[in-house]
Design a protein around this ligand. Structure first.
Ligand SMILES: [Zn+2]
Length: 452
């Protein structure tokens, strides 16, 4: 910007601006815009080209020594772990996907070669992958087409106006309300979906986008609403679901983080709250719940991606949802939370290796859901208790929901298994959501068969 201003100043006489400008800024604005265009011909890079040359590498430590060495260098290089979510989970045999900035990748590759640790490069140039996989730059045209496009990723603003629109046009089945405000003051909107009835109805809670960078998750919540409205009349199963149940759907839980992942850092995970003593911002909204809070699998360091926060429910987003669930826990029978990526269907416990009291009911629901999902395109999901299937993590929303009396609590880890990771291309939104829809309908129908 400085360069542009200087350039303008030295040329103001040569340009002979007509009339007497009221202010310098106003007079030079058109010029600024003109030179901005000249200085940036053709296309501009997304996110200011900040991921140019960055790599995503997969490593599977073959021994505890290798795991230890990796942990150490990850710490030193301040890498962005994609999988697992925290360095503390890196152990022998763990699939580790790591995003390394360009300036650190040489150091890491040299280290790996010297230590003869095998690795695979998943993404050679993250900036290129991001721009290739996304149609953000050309999306404007597709967006202005009639109707809402469910096969592209949408910004928070677009999702919120979509919700407002549905609330107006489908008032028979949809009621939108806000359960509070985010740290940065954005409304936390929820859609109540289902045929209105005076009779007592049980409910299912669905949230998407607890973690900002997992864009396929909010895309699924939107897809679910679309399918429900579209098939309510034609599909007896959907009609039954909407007639006998309410769905509370929160398409974007972590609104501030999601917005930030569109404007500043595509790979942001946490909320955006400030810390009084550290420069790092944000709390992991899936470690901030009052269930074995800040124990194993959560970090007490504000700069870590799994930071549990200064106290349970410190994040206004978490507090708002927890308050809502506490208030409605008597009729909410299922809690479903959507994440990415790993292709897993997880149920409690997350914080300990133990069997839940209603294990057989939950396990059979999961087994059937995973089979229904696979029947569409053959995509395999692993399923089981989160602690033994993924890793131990304390303070999660799923465990909290279960502990607060919601008998069916699940967390989905959607596609893929690391080929695209968080950059799942838009062309895979439709297949991913179609198969996931089968699993969700399956779990819901299972619920309807139960009397209580
Ligand atoms: Zn997640």
């Amino acid at each position: 910007m400085t360069a542009v201003v200087t350039f303008n100043a030295s040329h103001r006489n040569a340009m002979k601006l007509p009339g007497k400008p009221r202010s310098r800024t106003a007079a030079f604005l058109p010029l600024c815009l003109f030179f901005m265009k000249v200085l940036h011909p053709g296309h501009s890079h997304l996110y200011n080209n900040r991921y140019a040359g960055d790599k995503v590498i997969r490593l599977i430590p073959k021994s505890e020594e290798e795991a230890y060495a990796l942990k150490k260098i990850y710490h030193q290089l301040k890498v962005d772990l994609w999988q697992p979510s925290s360095i503390s989970y890196v152990t022998e045999g763990t699939v580790t996907d790591v995003h390394i900035p360009q300036n650190a990748s040489r150091a890491l590759l040299v280290f790996l070669q010297q230590a003869s640790i095998q690795y695979n490069i998943l993404i050679e140039d993250l900036q290129k992958a991001l721009e290739k996989g996304s149609s953000l730059q050309t999306q404007r045209n597709r967006r202005s087409a009639p109707g809402y496009n469910y096969e592209v990723y949408h910004s928070l603003e677009e999702i919120q106006s979509w919700m407002h629109h549905l609330n107006k046009t489908h008032s028979g089945l949809i009621h939108m309300f806000s359960i509070g405000k985010s740290y940065e003051g954005r409304s936390l909107f929820v859609l109540k979906l289902g045929r209105r009835s005076r009779a007592y109805k049980r409910a299912v809670w669905i949230d998407c986008g607890i973690h900002a960078r997992e864009w396929i998750s909010p895309a699924f919540c939107q897809w679910f609403v679309k399918e429900a409205l579209l098939t309510y009349r034609s599909d007896p199963a959907m009609r039954k679901m909407l007639n006998h149940l309410y769905f509370y759907i929160m398409p974007v839980f972590n609104v501030d983080g999601y917005h930030f992942s569109w404007t500043n850092d595509r790979f942001w995970r946490k909320t955006r709250s400030r810390n009084s003593r550290f420069r790092c911002r944000g709390v992991d909204a899936n470690r901030n719940w009052k269930v074995k809070w800040c124990d194993e699998g959560a970090s007490m360091y504000p700069c870590d991606d799994t930071y549990c926060g200064p106290f349970p429910e410190s994040e206004p987003e978490v507090r708002a949802v927890a308050n809502f669930l506490r208030k409605h826990r008597k009729h909410i029978r299922a809690y479903l939370s959507f994440h990415a990526y790993a292709q897993m269907l997880l149920y409690p416990y997350s914080y300990k290796y133990a069997t839940i009291p209603n294990f057989s009911c939950v396990e059979s629901a999961a087994y059937k859901a995973v089979n229904a999902l696979r029947s569409v395109y053959g995509v395999q999901y692993r399923y089981g208790p989160a602690s033994s299937t993924l890793y131990v993590s304390s303070g999660s929303s799923m465990d909290w929901a279960y502990k607060n009396g919601i008998p069916y609590a699940f967390a989905f880890e959607l596609r893929d298994t690391g080929h695209f990771g968080f950059l799942l291309p838009e062309m895979l939104i439709k297949p991913t959501c179609t198969e996931t829809m089968m699993a969700v309908k399956n779990i819901t129908m299972h619920l309807l068969k139960k009397r209580h």
